[in-house]
Design a protein. Structure first.
Length: 148
């Protein structure tokens, strides 16, 4: 089962995966998706990129099938994902969702979210908004990278 979601950004081919996992957003993802739907914005899970998971699963399957012992793969590191191998979304689209969720939660209108995790959820939403705000006017892109 995937363990982390990390904010990943792209501007003019400058790739950055932010080091802090978004633990609370991941834990509350289904509730946040439901809230986003009711607010008329894109679901947060729409921005999740599973490319890294797919690569990890392919590597696992190759090992299970014994292909890692083949001369072609022996001792070789798997290639990293290229920028083009990932799914990207406009920062402006993400900002609409993140801001709507944050404002709604701050008004105290969401009873379905785990109340103990609200401060952490709001902190992670604010972090994402801050990062994406810098990219929004310059046409930057982002995703929420899911990985083990």
């Amino acid at each position: 089962m995937p363990t982390e979601i990390r904010l990943t950004t792209l501007l003019d081919r400058q790739y950055c995966q932010h080091p802090n996992p978004l633990v609370s957003l991941k834990a509350q993802l289904s509730v946040l998706d439901e809230l986003a739907r009711s607010l008329g914005v894109s679901k947060l899970s729409q921005f999740v990129d599973i490319s890294q998971l797919e690569l990890q699963e392919a590597e696992r399957l190759l090992r299970e099938e014994g292909h890692v012992d083949s001369p072609e793969l022996a001792g070789s590191e798997p290639p990293p994902l290229d920028i083009e191998d990932r799914v990207w979304f406009p920062a402006a689209l993400g900002m609409a969702t993140l801001e709507a969720l944050s404002q709604h939660i701050q008004r105290g209108s969401s009873q379905k979210l785990d109340q103990k995790s609200l401060p952490a959820v709001l902190d992670e939403l604010a972090f994402c908004c801050t990062v994406l705000a810098e990219l929004e006017s310059e046409g930057g892109q982002f995703n929420l990278a899911l990985s083990d």
